[in-house]
Design a protein around this ligand. Structure first.
Ligand SMILES: Nc1ncnc2c1ncn2[C@@H]1O[C@H](COP(=O)(O)OP(=O)(O)OP(=O)(O)O)[C@@H](O)[C@H]1O
Length: 263
């Protein structure tokens, strides 16, 4: 028997200022199924609704119509049960708490006792290779290291799903590529299902097992591209013909949408 999709989106529409003069249709009739263990990137031009779709999934905003199921539950129930973690473009760490205590925070909120949360935070810091910085404060770390702390924090409650909204967007190119490699290693170690928002075509190809291309406003799903490049992917992957071919395929899908929209 096939396992049901871990994320299921059916007929989702999202309109801001619904019915008003300035109403904006951000998402139109979105249908999407994501299987357990996939790494799916949402790729599209600025303003096409990628973040809105992620926010609908993460129960940060409600769809105007349609349904979302996460791990067999409503987004609200999945949120309460800590079925997912979230990482944004800004790490959003608390500067007055040590790295260790930042990672412990979700467990503290969930009521875990001190030894449990200490042990879990140490395990997570090992996962992101920052154990020796546990006692540092966020402001003492580079931007890339801060994002690794944010990833450790998001994974501390062992979520089945990780939502990431342009988490590497604020980093310089070198650090960005290094962290892409780290992220794939962490994904392989944890087998978490990842939904990743980006407007970088090469980033989406390097990371993803599948790319969902979104069209310009109103945001719709324009194409789903399987990225069948073998894992583990390394710096050498970026120089292969197969990688370039996938980048071209994704770029063509993205651009044909823009042309159709007259954008
Ligand atoms: N709270 C809001 N109120 C009104 N309109 C909004 C709101 N949030 C988003 N929008 C509009 O919905 C559309 C989709 O926005 P969204 O941020 O989801 O796009 P995006 O693809 O993530 O863009 P970017 O890549 O620039 O972050 C945009 O036109 C945006 O202006």
């Amino acid at each position: 028997m096939t396992e049901p999709a871990i994320i299921s989106v059916r007929g989702v529409n999202k309109e801001f200022n619904s019915g008003g003069k300035r109403s904006v249709t951000a998402l139109q009739n979105i249908d999407l199924s994501i299987e357990r263990g996939e790494f799916v990137s949402l790729l599209g031009p600025s303003g096409c609704g990628k973040s809105t779709l992620l926010r609908v999934l993460a129960d940060l905003t409600e769809p105007t119509s349609g349904t979302v199921t996460l791990n067999g539950k409503t987004p609200r129930a999945a949120r309460t049960d800590r079925d997912y973690g979230m990482v944004f473009q800004q790490a959003g760490l608390f500067d007055w708490r040590s790295v260790q205590r930042n990672v412990e925070l979700p467990l503290q909120v969930a009521g875990a006792d001190k030894p449990t949360r200490r042990a879990k935070a140490q395990e997570m810091l090992e996962l992101v290779r920052l154990s020796e910085f546990a006692k540092h404060f966020p402001w003492q770390l580079s931007g890339g290291m801060q994002q690794r702390v944010a990833i450790a924090r998001a994974l501390s409650a062992d979520p089945a799903i990780l939502f990431m909204d342009e988490p590497l967007g604020a980093l310089d190119e070198m650090n960005r590529e290094r962290l892409q490699g780290e992220l794939l290693r962490i994904w392989a170690d944890t087998r978490t299902t990842v939904v990743f928002v980006t407007h970088s075509i090469s980033e989406a190809v390097f990371l993803s097992s599948r790319i969902v291309v979104m069209s310009a406003r109103p945001g719709r799903i324009a194409a789903s591209i399987d990225v069948d490049l073998p894992y583990p992917r390394t710096a050498a992957t970026r120089t292969t013909e197969a990688f370039f071919a996938k980048v071209t395929e994704a770029r063509t899908a993205l651009h044909s949408e823009l042309v159709e929209q007259g954008a």
